[in-house]
Design a protein around this ligand. Structure first.
Ligand code: G16
Length: 545
């Protein structure tokens, strides 16, 4: 065996953010940069858990090269088994399925999620642990500490491995299994949903769907499940061929970046009945219907209210969780069902303990993520199947399902305003400035509403007792409105400031107003409190979702 021990200079910037380490491709191409971080991951895995891993990614530029390097490093680090997705493909939810089903010690997922790809785009590495979920902060902190002081890494000299053909290969003492990235995932979806009724929906001849894979990883999964298993028309899938640069697009399923899909819904006569899109690594989703965009927060609430209708959730849900900036629509459903609703910081990793402990069944985030305890990641296609199954059972349009929900629970009008690539110093000064003034804000009047709570969100994990502070500023008002502001942990250029707005309208009120107009009074308050325009240097947000 030809194992080299290569000297490296530590990289102090290898601190994982909201979801793994994300940097420009050019940064990952810096000599030893990728290797340094991968060795830190391997060193952070406890002895006795260094046996078997899965490896794959969203197919973005540098995926294939990184996979070859990591295969040779895994072999040099003594792993017994390394499962690699064919062509280097593995969606984030599918990686979680494989880890759990095959009882592996964890997995490495190569993705910068919804961030653009290509030689000038972004690349990323995430490490998932034995439960199939993103490594918790205690582990990512350990990886960062090791990466910041590492002196050398181990790598085996070997020819490039054929990752395009499924089969087993031996590299030293490591067995490399190139696996079908789709099959385990499909098998699990078949257990959770009623494929027969979804098939009947597609066969009815009166239901049209459009699914946009945005040239990212969901393409192969959508083809297999929606077309081959469920009988949807091939033409109903868009952009299903994964491309290294996502076809030059931004694989983020929202109203701005999924414009090709959104345009179909702007044609009154030919608009599909149901539309959906997924992101770079397949864990996000957006749901559309004729005349309606389902906010991710509403989607979670509607799923919670209706889960008992679907085979995988027929016995009801144990509890729910949402990230702090996500609207409180699901809180009302939980209250009605008599189950607990947990409020966590932004980041899927915070849901893992709650699911492992059996405290929650469903969870979601405003950032187009929803999922359940079937795995430990958010799951884009799972959400699409959930909605399809709901439509098939209820025999109602998306619009009708949403409206009926609001008529029962009231509506949380909701929008997120993003200011991207802002000067880091100015963004921090704005948020710090607000943080310093929080105590004095309680009770402050704005027109006919006043602030009832002004704080910086802290989370005490009810399972392991770990604590996270400074997770975003919350301003709650006397009419149940909220403004939340925090800095994104997933950007790679400057700072991205996110401001979240939420205003509640009761069930017997005005349920179908235009969202931005309905929230406008809150925009004025945010400007007054933070001077958003001068602090960000923007007259208006870059992205409104
Ligand atoms: C990641 C995390 C999510 C988070 C989102 C946005 O999603 O997994 O939990 O809500 O980023 O985070 P931020 O507001 O810090 O940018 P993904 O799909 O990018 O992995």
């Amino acid at each position: 065996m030809n194992i080299s021990i290569v000297g490296t200079t530590p990289f102090v910037d290898q601190k994982p953010g909201t979801s793994g380490l994300r940097k420009k491709v050019t940064v990952f191409q810096t000599p030893h940069y990728l290797e340094n971080f991968v060795q830190a991951i391997f060193d952070a895995i406890p002895q006795g858990e260094k046996t078997a891993l899965v490896l794959g990614g969203d197919g973005r530029y540098y995926n294939r090269q990184a996979i070859q390097i990591i295969i040779r490093m895994a072999a040099a680090n003594g792993f017994k088994r390394l499962l690699v997705g064919q062509h280097g493909y593995l969606s984030t939810p599918a990686a979680s399925v494989v880890i759990r089903k095959q009882k592996l010690d964890g997995g490495i997922i190569l993705s910068a999620s919804h961030n653009p790809g290509g030689p000038d785009g972004d690349f990323g590495i995430k490490f998932n642990t034995r439960n199939g979920g993103p490594a918790p902060e205690s582990v990512t902190d350990r990886i960062h500490d090791i990466a910041s002081s590492l002196a050398e890494y181990r790598i085996m000299a070997a020819d490039e491995l054929d990752i395009d053909t499924c089969g087993c290969y031996q590299l030293g003492e490591t067995t490399i299994e190139v696996i079908d990235p789709v099959s385990d995932y499909v098998e699990l979806m078949e257990q959770l949903f009623d494929f027969t009724s979804i098939k009947a929906l597609f066969n009815s001849g009166v239901f049209n769907m459009a699914f946009d894979a945005m040239h990212a990883i969901t393409g192969p999964y959508a083809s297999e499940i929606l077309v081959r298993c469920l009988g949807a028309a091939e033409e109903s899938l868009m952009n299903i061929q994964p491309k290294e640069d996502f076809g030059g697009g931004h694989p983020d399923p929202n109203l701005v970046y999924a414009h090709e899909l959104v345009a179909l819904f702007e044609q009154p006569i030919t608009a599909p009945d149901f539309g959906a899109a997924s992101d770079g690594d397949g864990d996000r989703n957006m749901i559309l219907g004729r005349d309606v965009f389902v906010t991710p927060s509403d989607s979670l609430a509607i799923m919670a209210a209706n889960a008992h209708l679907l085979p995988g959730y027929a016995s009801g849900i144990k509890g729910v969780a949402r990230s702090m900036p996500t609207s409180r629509a699901v809180d009302l459903v939980a209250e009605c069902l008599g189950v607990e609703c947990y409020e966590t910081p932004t980041g899927w990793k915070f849901f893992g303990n709650l699911m492992d402990e059996g405290l929650i069944t469903l969870c979601g985030e405003e950032s187009f993520g929803s999922g359940s305890d079937h795995i430990r990641e958010k799951d884009g296609l799972w959400a699409v199947l959930f909605w399809l199954n709901l439509i098939a059972i209820k025999k109602q349009s998306v619009h009708k399902i949403v409206l009926t929900h609001w008529q029962a629970f009231g509506r949380h009008y909701y929008s997120r305003h993003d200011y991207e690539g802002v000067d880091q110093g100015k963004a921090s000064a704005m948020i710090e400035g607000l943080r310093d003034r929080l105590d004095g804000l309680n009770g402050r009047q704005f027109g006919n509403i006043s602030i009832t709570l002004a704080d910086d969100f802290s989370y005490l994990d009810p399972v392991d007792g770990s604590r996270c502070d400074r997770q975003g500023i919350r301003l709650s008002f006397s009419d149940e409105s909220r403004i939340v502001v925090r800095m994104s942990g997933t950007g790679t250029e400057g700072a991205t400031v996110r401001v979240y707005y939420e205003r509640y309208e009761p069930a017997n009120g005005k349920l179908e107003e235009e969202t931005q107009a309905y929230l406008a009074s809150l925009f004025v308050i945010a400007e007054e409190l933070m001077q958003l325009q001068s602090s960000t240097g923007r007259a208006k947000p870059d992205i409104i979702t």
